[in-house]
Design a binder for this molecule. Structure first.
Ligand SMILES: NC(=O)c1ccc[n+]([C@@H]2O[C@H](COP(=O)([O-])OP(=O)(O)OC[C@H]3O[C@@H](n4cnc5c(N)ncnc54)[C@H](OP(=O)(O)O)[C@@H]3O)[C@@H](O)[C@H]2O)c1
Length: 311
């Protein structure tokens, strides 16, 4: 992408927005504008004056790329307007992820889908991204029959306010409860992981069973995986397959702490699960704000705009 590409970061005052601004600066993009709600309009952020995201400010055609990290309702309203104004929109909310005709992209897995857009590309959930990156090379090597995953998700996955709350609670005698995020019978997050993984991997019937838990960690999500494959794969073969996969880094004992600030997804504890036929067990950790959100979205944009200018 051109360094002077006119980029809008929408949700710039949030947890993902902050990392998005950092990454854009690191990569040398210098025509960036920051947008958020009316609550933050007029405040200053890294030398940028925050503008209110409205149909008028986003839809008038001034922007070439919009990176959205606002909630689902705000995305539903604003993303189509920005796209109609001519900006390529990468949306990190759940608003468009499962919508037919809108690509849901992890560049290392289905990057070829990034350019098949009509102005909107969806960025997957922060647990679906590392999961799909780990599963794709195994799918390609030996086929996937079943996936079970347990997540251990940090406070930052629930946004800047949740991070503040954890900071407050951990500096007091207050019990760390972390019981305030998910609701429903099968939690929304668990259904998202199943549906998004199926869409990204293009395996619409893949059995994916997830259990999602919030843990008192500030940044970095971890996932324990149990896979059943079509044909057997030894732990040594699995390690070789995963070590060659883009965006993954083998680490004997992945942890959220090791993953923070790292672009790659850490994969380790690779072992046979001998309790089932062709079973494999793994542990994964990922910076949810970086590869789980901001970085993945920027990589999508770089890919889509490269394809667009090449077309
Ligand atoms: N955190 C993660 O790990 C992660 C990973 C993947 C995807 N996501 C998704 O990314 C989105 C943002 O997550 P976050 O963690 O960054 O949340 P956050 O810290 O709560 O930040 C939300 C941002 O959205 C802005 N906003 C809220 N309502 C708005 C509106 N009506 N118009 C314009 N801006 C509005 C807020 O602005 P104000 O400051 O003005 O309120 C703030 O900048 C969510 O959809 C989330 O599901 C998050």
């Amino acid at each position: 992408m051109r360094s002077n590409l006119r980029i809008g970061v929408v949700g710039a005052t949030g947890a993902v927005g902050a990392i998005t601004l950092d990454l854009l600066r690191e990569r040398g993009y210098d025509a960036v504008r920051a947008f958020a709600s009316a609550r933050s309009a007029g405040s200053t952020l890294d030398g940028l004056t925050v503008e209110e995201a409205t149909p008028e400010t986003l839809g008038v055609g001034d922007l070439e790329l919009c990176l959205f990290s606002v909630g689902t309702a705000a995305s539903r309203e604003l993303v189509p307007l920005a796209a109609a104004g001519g900006a390529l929109c990468i949306d990190k909310s759940a608003a468009f992820r499962l919508q037919e005709g809108i690509p849901l992209v992890v560049p290392e897995v289905n990057g070829d889908r990034a350019h098949q857009n009509e102005g909107i590309v969806a960025n997957p959930n922060c647990c679906s991204i590392p999961l799909a990156m780990t599963l794709a090379p195994i799918r390609d090597a030996v086929g996937l029959r079943r996936v079970r995953v347990a997540t251990y998700q940090s406070a930052s996955g629930a946004g800047a306010q949740a991070m503040d709350r954890l900071r407050r609670e951990s500096s007091s005698d207050h019990d760390l409860r972390m019981d305030w995020e998910f609701d429903g019978v099968e939690f929304d997050e668990e259904e998202k992981i199943r549906a998004e993984t199926r869409k990204i991997l293009e395996l619409p019937d893949l059995p994916v069973s997830a259990t999602c838990v919030r843990v008192p960690v500030l940044v970095g999500h971890a996932e324990a995986l149990w896979l059943e494959t079509d044909t057997p794969l030894s732990s040594a073969e699995a390690r070789e397959v995963l070590s060659e996969a883009p965006g993954l880094r083998i680490d004997e004992f992945p942890s959220p702490g090791k993953a923070v600030g790292v672009d790659e997804v850490l994969v380790g504890r690779i072992r046979r699960d001998t309790t089932v036929e062709n079973g494999l067990a793994l542990f994964v950790a990922c910076d949810n704000l970086r590869k789980g959100a901001a970085l993945n979205a920027i990589q999508i944009a770089e890919l889509a705009l490269r394809e667009r200018s090449a077309a």
